[in-house]
Design a protein around this ligand. Structure first.
Ligand code: GRG
Length: 295
């Protein structure tokens, strides 16, 4: 199959995730049910769509990107399960329904997250597409491993936990988020580019710049959304107070300046795509969604 129009990616992603996940009837059933619950229960699918859209900018087909697209969503689902646990954020709701440890139990949720992480790497290592040569598969495994580990997402989560109750500045906040959420978003773009070892340096650097800007914009928008939803639920003053309990862009910069910052990052992300012309249209759509989303 060739490129999907953006609105078709969601169905494709659901279908490919479903195929790679172990069936719920396979033993251990409860673990497999929890994995499927966490992955198939919705979400915006920004990360896999970012993989496909980057591929479209580079002339790769969707078929070539199914394994990396699923791998990033498995990692994302694992990170959400673990982030929601009592030892971390202790959340009971995710995507409008019970978090995995509430719907199942804490031990099952921990194991489901662990197994999803393994499944992500298995998907990359066993990618059966004819163009996924051993060097390409190895490059993708390294890209994802780097993005997830202590120098990436998990390191960002550790910094986030260490910063609780501390006063931190914008620079520290930026480092924390560039690891916690930025590293995986960045990897989505790099995983697609890894499929083209001969990619000219200029295009690789443009993608790198785009991914960094849009990863940061995602987080700034997330912080602004937290305030907007608290304010809508609790009223203006109380909402702002709650959101100021932790270090966020609106808390450090002010709400209007944080909104402006997200817009500036968005503009810079778009500038980076200029070199791809019309081929980057799907990337532009996702970038717009990231800074304009309301959930
Ligand atoms: C615990 C290993 C471990 C890592 C945690 C990424 C992360 C690190 C935690 C996620 C927690 C969180 C709510 C971060 C804020 C930004 C974010 C990643 C929001 C959720 O991502 P969306 O909006 O979610 O893409 P959907 O539901 O649309 O998939």
């Amino acid at each position: 199959m060739d490129h999907c129009p953006d609105h078709d990616y969601s169905q494709r992603i659901q279908d490919r995730l479903e195929r790679l996940l172990p069936p719920a009837e396979e033993s251990p059933e409860r673990l497999h049910e929890a994995m499927r619950y966490a992955v198939l229960g919705g979400g915006k699918r920004i990360r896999p769509r970012l993989v496909y859209a980057t591929g479209a900018a580079l002339g790769l087909t969707s078929d070539q990107l199914d394994a990396p697209a699923c791998a990033v969503e498995f990692i994302h689902a694992y990170s959400l399960i673990h982030d929601d646990l009592p030892a971390m954020d202790d959340d009971t709701l995710r995507r409008g329904r019970a978090t995995a440890h509430v719907a199942f139990d804490e031990a099952t949720a921990i194991l489901a997250g662990d197994a999803l992480q393994s499944l992500a790497f298995e998907a990359l290592a066993t990618d059966s597409h004819k163009d996924a040569t051993p060097p390409i598969r190895a490059a993708r495994l390294a890209t994802l491993a780097r993005a997830c580990g202590s120098r990436g997402m998990v390191g960002g989560q550790a910094l986030d936990m260490a910063s609780e109750g501390q006063t931190i500045g914008v620079e520290t906040l930026e480092r924390l988020h560039s690891l916690k959420t930025g590293a995986l978003l960045h990897a989505c773009v790099v995983l697609a580019a890894d499929g083209l070892p001969e990619l000219p340096d200029g295009e690789r650097q443009a993608l790198d710049r785009f991914a960094t800007k849009i990863g940061l914009a995602f987080q700034v928008r997330d912080d602004v959304l937290d305030i907007e939803s608290d304010t809508a639920t609790l009223g203006k003053t109380q909402g702002a107070d709650i959101a100021h309990d932790k270090a966020t862009y609106p808390a450090l910069l002010g709400l209007d300046a944080a909104r402006d910052y997200a817009e500036r990052l968005y503009a810079e992300a778009l500038e980076a795509l200029a070199v791809f012309g019309d081929r980057a249209e799907a990337l532009r759509v996702i970038a717009a969604e990231i800074v304009q989303r309301d959930h």
